[in-house]
Each structure stands twice: as C-alpha cells, then as structure tokens.
Design a binder for this molecule. Structure first.
Ligand SMILES: [Mg+2]
Length: 179
C-alpha cells in the first residue's frame, strides 16, 4: 500500500468503536464476535492512519455490561476478535477503554465525559491531546474530543449531529486523505 510521507505526524488516534470500526447495531448491542462486522474501508483506513500516529486507542461506551446484556468475558472475546483481525493486517491497537456504567450513573465514565481520555493519559504520559484526533459517529464522541482539546472527525451515519466536528467524513480512508 502506498503511504504518503508528506503528511504531518500526529500524536494519538482515539477511535470510537460502534459505527467507526464496526457496523453499529441500531436495535441493540454487539453481543458476540460473529456480530462484529468491520465497517467498509475501516481496516484499510486504520492501516493508513496508523502511519501518521504514535498510537491508536479505542474508547467505547458499552452500558450493555451494566445492563447485564453481555458479560465482561463476552466483551473481551469481541475485542480479541477485533484486535486479532487488525493485527493480521499489521495494525496494533495500543489500548481499549470501555465505559461499562449505565448512563448518568455516579462517576459516569461514558463519553462525553473526558474520563477515558484522562485514564489513557495516565497510562501513556506522552499523549498530547492538542495534536490528537477523536473519531466518532455521535455528538458524545465529538464532545469527548472537544472536552480534551482534540481535533475531531465524525463518520457520517443516520444519527443527526448537533456538534460540529473539525471534519465530517464518509469513512476512515477519507479521513486519512483529508488530514
Ligand atoms: Mg459510535
């Protein structure tokens, strides 16, 4: 694959999961690896973007855990499938942060709270939010990125956005081509 060398290097790529990496289930949750379908151009896009970033971190809201719809072990199986599939293409995901709590629970870690970003900064002290990107498909993703001072990109979906991201793109390959 031809990778451009003329682009600016960035610090950290934060990716939402559902609707960005995998096709979102609008009627419910992804409950097993067989339901995890990569979005069109997601793998190719992440592979391209990986050349521009020091690290890639997934930040995902999964209140299906608190609702007891799936177990942590189910979720780990899904994430192992995701990271193994990406690793087969030479793509490394450095960390996955999951907000398992219910919406509006005490100590809510769900996006748009910056909690998972701050946890990532604890783990990776060289994270520089001002030179990082958050990519998502909902207002809460964009607000999460804005709350941490990041550039933001929204992948177009059926969900209407009220926030204005830095970039609005069809998929992750388009994001690579435009940043
Ligand atoms: Mg999403």
């Amino acid at each position: 694959m031809k990778v451009s060398t003329s682009k600016t290097p960035f610090n950290t790529l934060f990716l939402d999961r559902d609707g960005v990496i995998n096709v979102r289930n609008f009627d419910g949750y992804i409950t097993r690896p067989s339901e995890f379908i990569f979005c069109k151009h997601a793998m190719e896009g992440i592979q391209l973007l990986a050349s521009l970033f020091d690290r890639i971190i997934v930040v995902t809201n999964q209140q299906c855990i608190a609702k007891n719809i799936i177990s942590e072990s189910n979720l780990n199986d899904i994430h192992r499938y995701m990271t193994d599939s990406l690793a087969a293409k030479g793509i490394k995901i450095d960390a996955i942060y999951v907000a398992e709590n219910l919406k509006d629970a005490p100590n809510d870690r769900r996006k748009p709270s910056p909690a998972m970003g701050l946890e990532a900064k604890e783990q990776f002290s060289t994270i520089d939010f001002t030179n990082s990107w958050m990519v998502g498909d909902t207002d809460s993703d964009i607000l999460f990125g804005m709350n941490l001072g990041m550039h933001t990109a929204a992948v177009k979906s059926n969900e209407r956005l009220t926030q204005t991201p830095t970039l609005l793109v069809t998929d992750l390959v388009e994001l690579y081509n435009r940043i």
